[in-house]
Design a protein around this ligand. Structure first.
Ligand code: ADP
Length: 483
């Protein structure tokens, strides 16, 4: 027998505006944090380039290499390579852009930093520079903040191929045309056949146009964004790129997200022994100001308070929860108006509705471990990480049948339950009535202890890992690099 020929490792530079465990505002960070570990077994060495926010710079270990960039849009900057939290990190140390604490995108008053266009142009430009200078085989650019990297590569004549991943088409990074002159790109880049988008500079458009391959984070969303309804103005372009656009489902880092070891829980548990979960429910009720009641089905919403996530539908469907003896806890922040409505519901239903406005990783994990069910009535959802966390932690998710939610949650209708396959509840169309009906179905199953135990076991047995998807990414990279 011939020994299998060892494949030489490929070196991929991924570039993004956030990455777990350094800085996180949503699912993008989870994915960026997990990909290096997921791709390593496939012979792909991933280096992660992040803006040098204070949290990133503080996490860097011994510096392995650094390179000065003499002038990055008006001031000197440095690329600093070091290991941090077990990952190979390339930090863009550009204090004039990134030495700002707090949100990576928002100034203290809650509005975008006025120089976001240049901050993330700097990220794309430095990524292209690093890819060429440091011998990477491919670049993996995530979302609009990294969308200029493929353009800079193209116009530098680089032979390094680029993959662009869309995590959410709703955020496109569009800026006034007068920005273009500052970007250092040739005039020909500013065309419809380029990064021009209805007279503006489009960063996500740039990624979609100039990258060699485009992925989004679920097959369902890859189909949806080719339609006028969900293409957000880019469906024509996405259709035009044909088979170069595909969907690869996000996974979870199942070591990081493990109820048997998670230090944020008050009681750890596993699929084989889920009983200790009950103590986490008690703790969630206490921290969310809910009445201590082990028998009340506890529904939890965790996420951005935005139209996309359908938190308004959750509040409108409250009678379906409260009228059936249930409780609701909400963890999130976002639109001021929606935050106000969450406060209002909490104040008017003391002990039965609880909320925490803010971003709290530890509380989120406790909630996945203590909730009876997680609510995700998103109007659209590229993939969704929340339902994967919920499955892993045994809180069957109740989800709108859209995008990645439809791809990952199997509705526990009678047939599915009888066949032992249901993992949560799906509903469509996305409305308050249909959400309410799904909640009522869930409560009925909850009251039938045996059905619920089976559902919870199915949820926890779901494969939410990166196993399959990492193979797909690896094949994609090898195909791109091979030609
Ligand atoms: P998004 O569209 O915001 O990226 P996802 O479902 O893909 O939504 O990912 C959200 C991630 O952020 C999940 O890991 C979720 O647990 C986490 N998350 C969302 N809101 C909060 C919050 N307020 N506090 C802590 N974690 C949160």
């Amino acid at each position: 027998m011939r020994a299998a020929k060892a494949r030489s490792p490929l070196r991929v530079l991924q570039v993004a505006s956030e990455g777990f465990p350094f800085i996180k505002t949503g699912g993008l960070a989870d994915v960026v944090g997990a990909l290096p570990g997921a791709l390593a077994p496939h012979g792909i060495e991933v280096t992660t380039m992040l803006p040098g926010y204070p949290a990133v710079m503080a996490a860097l270990g011994r510096v392995q290499a650094s390179e000065n960039l003499i002038d990055l849009f008006g001031a000197p900057a440095r690329l600093v390579r070091a290991e941090a939290a077990g990952r190979d990190i390339l930090a863009l140390d550009a204090p004039h852009f990134f030495a700002r604490a707090g949100s990576p995108y928002l100034a203290p008053g809650g509005s975008d930093w006025p120089d976001n266009a240049l901050r993330f142009a700097a990220l794309g430009r430095a990524a292209a520079h690093a890819a060429m200078r440091m011998g990477f085989d491919a670049v993996h650019a995530h979302d609009w903040q990294a969308g200029l990297a493929p353009a800079y590569l193209r116009f530098a004549g680089a032979s390094v191929p680029a993959l662009f991943t869309i995590h959410n088409l709703a955020f496109q990074g569009q800026f006034n045309a007068d920005l273009f002159g500052m970007l250092g790109l040739p005039t020909e880049a500013f065309r419809t056949a380029g990064l021009e988008y209805f007279g503006m500079v489009g960063y996500l458009k740039s990624g979609v146009w100039f990258a060699d391959r485009i992925t989004t984070v679920s097959p369902g969303y890859a189909a949806e964004i080719r339609t006028p309804q969900w293409g957000m103005g880019l469906d024509g372009l996405l259709r035009g790129r044909g088979s170069q656009v595909s969907g690869i489902l996000n996974g979870l880092d199942t070591e990081e997200w493990n109820p048997a070891t998670d230090p944020h829980l008050v009681a750890r548990y596993s699929a084989a022994d889920p009983k200790p979960r009950a103590a986490n429910k008690v703790e969630v009720q206490a921290r969310m100001g809910l009445t201590q009641d082990a028998a009340a089905p506890l529904f939890v919403f965790i996420g951005r308070l935005s139209w996309q996530k359908g938190i308004d539908l959750v509040l409108e469907a409250l009678p379906a929860i409260l009228g059936n003896g249930g409780q609701l806890a909400i963890l999130g922040s976002g639109d001021a108006e929606l935050e106000g409505r969450v406060h209002g519901a909490t104040a008017s239903q003391p002990g039965r509705v609880g909320s925490h406005i803010g971003f709290d990783e530890g509380l989120a994990r406790l909630c996945y471990a203590g909730a009876d069910a997680i609510l995700m009535p998103s109007r659209f959802e590229p993939c969704g990480l929340g339902q994967l966390c919920a499955l892993r932690y045994g809180a069957p998710p109740i989800v709108a049948r859209v995008g990645g939610l439809a791809d990952t949650v199997i509705d526990a209708n009678e047939m599915a339950l009888a066949a032992g396959t249901g993992t949560g509840f799906n509903f469509a169309p996305v409305s308050q009535e249909m959400l309410g009906a799904a909640i009522e179905r869930a409560i009925a199953a909850y009251r039938d202890g045996e059905s619920w135990a089976r559902l919870q076991a199915n949820a926890m047995a779901s494969d939410v890992s990166w196993t399959r998807s990492s193979r797909q990414y690896a094949a994609l990279f090898r195909g791109m690099i091979g030609g």
